[in-house]
Design a protein around this ligand. Sequence first.
Ligand SMILES: Nc1ncnc2c1ncn2[C@@H]1O[C@H](COP(=O)(O)OP(=O)(O)OP(=O)(O)O)[C@@H](O)[C@H]1O
Length: 434
Amino acid sequence: MRMNAVEALGTERCGVPGVDNLDLPDCTCVPRHKPGGRSVGELHMSTVTLESVSKVYPGGRRAVADLSLTIADGEFFVLLGPSGCGKSTTLRMVAGLEDITSGGLWLDDRPANGLTPRERNVAMVFQNGARYPHRTVCGGGGVPRETARTGSAEAGREPAVLLMDEPPSGLDAAPRTVPRAEIGGRVRGAGVTTLYVTHDHVEALALADRIAVLRDGFLEDVGTPTQIYESPATAFVAAFLGAPRINLLSAVPEAVPGEGVVLDLGTQRLTVPWADPRAEHLAGRHGEPVILGLRPDALRPTGDPHLGPVLSGHIRTLEFHGHEWLAHVDADVTVVDADAVGRRSRPARAVAPQPVVPQPGGVAGRALSMLLGGAARREPAEPSAHLGGHRPELLARLDSRVGFGPGMLVHLAVDLDRMPIFGGDGRRVDPVRR
Ligand SMILES: Nc1ncnc2c1ncn2[C@@H]1O[C@H](COP(=O)(O)OP(=O)(O)OP(=O)(O)O)[C@@H](O)[C@H]1O
């Protein structure tokens, strides 16, 4: 029989109405204390503000770098990113379980750097200790059992802030959807300010009011799920969110009077007309490589390759997805690996020199070498479940009712309005609106 792990561990309920009854496997709740936030009816709500917060662990590992965030009253805020990007460290600094190396933390406008965990009026539900063998279940990374108990003895009922560190991570894909829906519904129903950590982009998009994406301890992007999915600030964020993965294509802009900015992808071209506000930003990058972001659903088969922006290619393989095909199209484009682009160095860590990437031929190939040249001297990319490595084909979604087949020539109309463009540093060429 599955027990509520909070009960199984004999530790505290987190105090958020409804959330206490969630069946969260291998999780526990830790300290909370006197209500410090504002009262809204029965509930104490609070804001959380981090200003230029950094964390360097003993030994020099910088886990969080210059992080500034404001989480509003009652907001369901998700910290998202790959393993090791600093999500848990951020959560634990808010809980008071890790010291802040530099920067400021405010809880409901109260300076909180110096507060003990028990003085913060937060509740924390954290992940399965088994995922991190160096942590104990009770401590979840070093929380003394006494702390949890002392906190519980003095706690009021509702906490001001709920901190959740991948609570459903002990579940496999199928049953996981149940607690996700439950968590979303109950926590939202309670209206408590929530900071929720996950590496799962689907979970983040489904649950969050807003999402902050972290990478190597740095903030890459912050916004609503729609904002960061449709208009990501960096190529890394574009690639981290969404499945099937976004196409990130190397191109070189060339300003052409009277026409627009022609994006040279090698053997194919797309034109951004002068009326498009991005054209002037691209014109300033004439001859410098940029990265085009095209989600598979921003490409639609068309019968006329001369009408509007189109990329053409031969279908290499087709994956049947029921309502659609996922087509791998050999379009003679150069795909950029987002993991290798825009990675900021981590001064706290020694970085061994890496060999320079050999230069492939062709315009797009040279562009790729320029894009990767800087990154190649930095630390090697960590593996990511979502980026899928460096693959040459274009991915497109095709209607499964149409008789497509391998080897067939397909023309794909490009929705330019859904094509974010990034510079060689992985950041957007045009201002990101939030
Ligand atoms: N106590 C510690 N001492 C030294 N380094 C640490 C400590 N805890 C975490 N780190 C390092 O800090 C970085 C950030 O770790 P953190 O656990 O915050 O990342 P995360 O994004 O939560 O990862 P995950 O999703 O795997 O839990 C990692 O490189 C990690 O190895």
